[in-house]
Design a protein around this ligand. Structure first.
Ligand SMILES: *[C@@H]1O[C@H](CO)[C@@H](O)[C@H](O)[C@H]1NC(C)=O
Ligand SMILES: *[C@@H]1O[C@H](CO)[C@@H](O)[C@H](O)[C@H]1NC(C)=O
Ligand SMILES: *[C@@H]1O[C@H](CO)[C@@H](O)[C@H](O)[C@H]1NC(C)=O
Ligand SMILES: *[C@@H]1O[C@H](CO)[C@@H](O)[C@H](O)[C@H]1NC(C)=O
Ligand SMILES: *[C@@H]1O[C@H](CO)[C@@H](O)[C@H](O)[C@H]1NC(C)=O
Ligand SMILES: *[C@@H]1O[C@H](CO)[C@@H](O)[C@H](O)[C@H]1NC(C)=O
Ligand SMILES: *[C@@H]1O[C@H](CO)[C@@H](O)[C@H](O)[C@H]1NC(C)=O
Length: 700
């Protein structure tokens, strides 16, 4: 063991055994010398060795240090990182609520204990709720702090993200006002402190455990679960009591002097020591210690001398579950940032959190704008970051070149202009798109301009945005180009406009579009989706700005958003996407508001595909509808604002589409999602949605 010592406030993970004697630490999770939180966090978030550049899911090296801590440095350096912060002596570690302790329960009747268990299920659940509320609060702190990473125009505020010379220092709990620290550090701190509790939950509970009878307070049953509990979805604001399994227990932690195989009364000399008499102890359940491979997450030498880590496989189960849930939490955190600040600013915030040199690396995009118009040539636009307004103006033929490489001095280290508050309102007539003329998109030319531009830029920072008419039969001939773009890392986004008076809305038989035959349109869609871009049918021209919303939400370029994140589902679009058995489900988020309900329709686009569709109310943390749609079926959902949502005036829904298994169905394929709104004061004639001929219709 290294003798690492820095300051009284910044102890590295490896130094922790030296402070054990202080006796004020009421959380021995990492005292066991192996930096478990650090290694779990590294296993969850390190970028793969062959890909050191983050796509938003992994953290680059220096940024990861801030989150995970670093014990692999020489004596006198090192830190416990944000994830270790709740164990730090600043001046005392965080209490049981930060580690999900003391939510112990055993059903005395079920297990024939003969005596009442000192804690009821309700009391235990209440304790767990305190832990969850605490973590929700930490997440909220992180999200609040992220606001300062970029300015109103989505430009990175360089000093707020600079970790090149000084590691983050995490603040005293009492001073967590995020005024003194760099915004990047505070955002990571909020997330990391929550993550600590998430990881501890698996080490301190029987969620993932295996166990053998006879069961009693010193050997509670194991739930042997491999999923991540729904009550740990920290985006929720719900009371978890209905979601907690009856047999779930964490351990009662009486204090350092009292924790042991048998629950004891509190120790009079230890501040905060509690009475664990007759209860399941932290000692009994914990799987806090063991060696974790920080790349694979594989474990060895668990324990020793705690009953649950001595049970074969339990330490691995806890660590694997913690790694898996850590990744889910990061996805949720990203989704919450995007929802809170919009995807335009949110994507840059996320980029700034995961990248080591965000003030350089998050900038620089090149976009080819293609339109079905005779008059103007296709354009290549340079913009430092994807800005909604500029993309729209480009479509309306108002050029907005920022040029490459601006602003590296301190005064303007935030690149050039950024987005502006005065939102450009696009009038549909500004776009001289005439779907009755006979033109074609020249994707090939646009691509070669993108790639062979005078200033080099990686292809994964380039994209093509094409707005085109359904009538264009040449489109199908572009498949080869699109396929080639995918190979090169250029992202293609297709927005298909209806002809005048043509209604292209909702899941419909595919011959609606005048492409030459079903197969070819599907081929084109597949080719587009393969680039990571979107293939969207616009219900009308007013949907053009929302199409751009969707493009930015999905990620203008490969650089801009990771595939696992929920994508904004704006009104007025029918969006094609695909699932495979290997891929994570596709996720979409949408809102219902005071004045409008959201009407969502989902349909497989190929005959044998079956989909597992789930609609979730995120804040209530409940599944509103779960359906299997197969064999060419489709279904619609209406999502509306509930009385509980009213303080916020909107409601956050999440649609998850996964493949369904078995029954001679293929596991992968294309599907289409569309959203319309319907006014809340529904007189039949007010009803903006025509949804007459829908089969299943779920009122949510
Ligand atoms: C983008 O491309 C560059 C250069 O080809 C590569 O090094 C980098 O890993 C890519 N980034 C992403 C996020 O794929
Ligand atoms: C949650 O609901 C349960 C059961 O209805 C109730 O006993 C408990 O007090 C509630 N918890 C909170 C924090 O409101
Ligand atoms: C609790 O655990 C016992 C023993 O494993 C099991 O028989 C019982 O069904 C479980 N109860 C619930 C509600 O899961
Ligand atoms: C990690 O564990 C898994 C499952 O036991 C195993 O397949 C894999 O080979 C292990 N990896 C290493 C590097 O030991
Ligand atoms: C950035 O700052 C430098 C020096 O302060 C100035 O010369 C330059 O014009 C600025 N660039 C922009 C785009 O504002
Ligand atoms: C469209 O172009 C094709 C070939 O370029 C031509 O044969 C056809 O008449 C044109 N249609 C219209 C409506 O201009
Ligand atoms: C969706 O349902 C409607 C109403 O039942 C039907 O007319 C339509 O053909 C269905 N679409 C698909 C793709 O099955």
């Amino acid at each position: 063991m290294q003798k690492a010592y820095t300051t009284a406030l910044l102890l590295s993970c490896v130094s922790f055994d030296h402070v054990l004697g202080f006796g004020t630490i009421n959380e021995p999770a990492i005292i066991g010398q192996h930096c478990e939180h650090e290694r779990i966090t590294r296993a969850a978030f390190a970028c793969p060795p062959d890909k050191e550049i983050s796509d938003g899911r992994c953290f680059e090296e220096l940024s990861l240090h801030q989150l995970s801590g670093r014990s692999d440095v020489y004596v006198g350096q090192g830190s416990n990182g944000a994830v270790g912060a709740p164990d730090m002596l600043d001046p005392v570690p965080e209490g049981p609520e930060a580690h999900c302790d003391n939510a112990d329960f055993l059903d005395a009747q079920l297990f024939d204990l003969g005596v009442e268990y000192p804690v009821t299920r309700q009391q235990a659940t209440k304790q767990l709720q305190i832990c969850i509320n605490h973590m929700r609060g930490r997440i909220e702190e992180g999200i609040d702090a992220a606001d300062k990473i970029v300015d109103g125009g989505a430009r990175i505020i360089a000093p707020e993200v600079d970790i090149s010379t000084l590691d983050c220092r995490f603040s005293f709990p009492a001073l967590q006002m995020h005024v003194f620290t760099r915004a990047k550090c505070s955002a990571i701190e909020g997330f990391g402190r929550a993550l600590h509790g998430i990881q501890d939950f698996y080490a301190h509970s029987n969620w993932a455990d295996d166990a053998e009878p006879p069961f009693g307070p010193n050997n509670p049953p194991g739930l042997k679960r491999i999923d991540s509990p729904v009550f740990l979805d920290l985006r929720g604001e719900n009371n978890i009591s209905e979601q907690v399994p009856h047999n779930l227990s964490t351990g009662c932690f009486g204090g350092l002097f009292t924790d042991g195989p048998v629950g004891k009364a509190g120790h009079p000399l230890e501040p905060g020591s509690i009475d664990c008499t007759g209860r399941i102890t932290h000692h009994t359940l914990n799987k806090d210690n063991g060696l974790i491979d920080q790349v694979t997450g594989n474990v060895s030498t668990p324990g020793p001398n705690t009953p649950r880590s001595d049970f074969p496989g339990n330490f691995q189960r806890a660590v694997s579950a913690a790694i898996k849930d850590s990744r889910r939490q990061w996805r949720h955190f990203r989704e919450a940032i995007r929802r809170t600040y919009g995807t335009e600013r949110g994507n840059i915030m996320i980029c700034a959190l995961v990248r080591d040199k965000p003030a350089n690396d998050c900038y620089g995009r090149r976009v080819a704008i293609l339109r079905d118009v005779m008059k103007t040539a296709n354009r290549i636009a340079e913009m430092q970051i994807p800005i909604h307004k500029w993309l729209l103006e480009e479509l309306a033929d108002k050029p907005h070149d920022e040029g490459p490489g601006e602003g590296v001095t301190e005064q303007n280290s935030t690149k050039s202009r950024g987005s502006s508050d005065d939102l450009y309102r696009l009038h549909p007539d500004d776009l001289d798109i005439d779907c009755d003329t006979n033109t074609s998109l020249d994707i090939g030319v646009a691509m070669s301009e993108l790639v062979h531009h005078s200033t080099p830029l990686p292809n994964n920072k380039t994209a093509v945005v094409a707005l085109t008419c359904a009538s264009n039969s040449d489109l199908a001939e572009q498949i080869a180009h699109v396929w080639h773009a995918g190979d090169q890392g250029i992202r293609m986004h297709f927005g298909i406009l209806p002809k005048k008076d043509q209604i292209l809305y909702g899941p419909k038989p595919r011959h609606q579009t005048a492409l030459t035959g079903k197969v070819r349109e599907e081929d084109l869609i597949t080719a587009v989706l393969r680039t990571g871009g979107t293939y969207s049918i616009l219900h009308n021209r007013e949907a053009i700005p929302r199409f751009i919303d969707h493009v930015i939400s999905r990620g203008l370029t490969q650089y801009d958003n990771a595939r696992d994140t929920a994508i904004l589902l704006p009104v007025g679009l029918s969006i094609s996407d695909y699932v495979t058995p290997e891929s994570e489900p596709r996720r979409f988020s949408f809102d219902a508001s005071y004045t409008n309900n959201a009407v969502i329709a989902v349909a497989p686009m190929i005959p044998k595909l079956a989909l597992h569709v789930t609609v979730r109310h995120v804040r209530k943390n409940t599944v509103l509808s779960e359906q299997y749609i197969g064999l060419g079926g489709n279904s619609t959902f209406v999502a509306e604002l509930d009385i509980n949502d009213v303080p916020r005036t909107d409601a956050w829904f999440e649609l998850e589409v996964a493949h369904a298994k078995g029954g001679g169905l293929v596991g992968s394929g294309l599907f289409e999602v569309s959203v319309e709104t319907e006014s809340v004061d529904t007189g039949a004639e007010n009803n903006r949605v025509h949804r007459s001929e829908k089969d299943e219709h779920d009122e949510l």
